[in-house]
Design a protein around this ligand. Structure first.
Ligand code: NAP
Length: 282
């Protein structure tokens, strides 16, 4: 079977074109994103830089607030609380990894929901679960938008999500339920993962382990989404799916890079503009 590549580049370009127009419409009061960083991780620095460039290209002002790799929970929460109250700031993101001993769950409650453009706070996650307006985590939303863009039906289909993190797996399950999919969420304690995922029409890998999902995990004709962004031995980016063994069996597969990643960034920037528009209309 030919396996179609579900690129995210075309969709990301379309989202970005719309965002740029909307950013321009804000005139001399541009949207402002505060990016809070508390690490000295090179991969994080690369990602922060790419977010800054994406924002600049679209006409969004991005302020990086570097608290240093030794920042504690109180310092990070204080910064997020201050930025939440700062009327000059429309949107807030907190970059991971956080300092050793600090979890996203400890600091994210300090982000005001109206500015929480990556949907990480408990309030944002609760709004999503309740089907109420709010920002969904961009990566989870990117999975649904890539599938929709490529006209992969979700209503009534069985989707197996591998991974149950608060940033990808759990919110993705909620978004898929909202699309009327039947959802199975798998994790490290799932017994006989290949048997569970091979029963699904769509398999989403969001694990953080190179090549965890192989041809054995996928039934003939299934659609496979690879959320993974792992660093390979040669410094490149590889996914959670062993593409060689899945190709020829799956009907479609998202590439890494060029699949979920560019759409995630584009949706984050769209959320920044939405946050700015919402604040200006109140
Ligand atoms: P995470 O917080 O580390 O969660 C990983 C999940 O995978 C956990 O739920 C874990 O189960 C599960 N898992 C680990 N080993 C497993 C196994 N052998 N079998 C089944 N499940 C297993 O990771 P994350 O933040 O969700 O990220 C997942 C991946 O997505 C990473 O590669 C990350 O880099 C990537 N990512 C990409 C983007 C993007 O823009 N494309 C954005 C965010 C994340 P337990 O809960 O039982 O431990």
């Amino acid at each position: 079977m030919d396996t179609v590549s579900l690129s995210g580049k075309e969709l990301a370009a379309a989202v970005n074109a719309d965002t740029k127009l909307r950013a321009g419409a804000l005139g001399d009061a541009p949207a402002r994103l505060a990016l809070v960083v508390a690490n000295d991780d090179p991969a994080s620095a690369w990602y922060v830089n790419s977010l800054r460039k994406a924002a600049e290209r679209l006409g969004i002002v991005c302020e990086t607030v570097d608290l240093g790799a030794d920042a504690d929970v109180a310092a990070i929460r204080a910064e997020l609380t201050a930025r939440s109250a700062d009327t000059a700031i429309d949107a807030i993101m907190v970059q991971t990894p956080l300092p050793s001993g600090v979890t996203l769950e400890q600091v994210s409650p300090a982000i005001a929901a109206a500015k929480d453009v990556d949907g990480v706070s408990p309030l944002s996650l609760g709004l999503l679960a309740a089907g109420l307006p709010g920002f969904a985590p961009a990566t989870a939303q990117a999975v649904v938008e890539v599938l929709t863009h490529h006209e992969i039906p979700l209503s009534g289909r069985h989707v197996a999500v591998v991974g149950r993190s608060n940033v990808v797996g759990k919110p993705l399950a909620q978004l898929l339920l909202a699309q009327n999919a039947t959802v199975t969420v798998c994790h490290s304690r799932t017994v006989d993962l290949p048997a569970v995922t091979a029963a699904a029409d769509v398999v989403v890998a969001a694990v953080g382990r190179i090549g965890l999902v192989t041809g054995e995990h996928v039934r003939e004709g299934a659609v496979v989404v690879d959320v993974g962004t792992n660093e390979s031995a040669d410094g490149g980016i590889v996914g959670d799916v062993d593409a060689d063994s899945v190709r020829g069996k799956a009907s479609a597969l998202t590439p890494v890079p060029g699949g979920i990643g560019p759409v995630t960034t584009a949706l984050l920037m769209r959320h920044v503009i939405e946050a700015a528009e919402n604040r200006r209309s109140v």
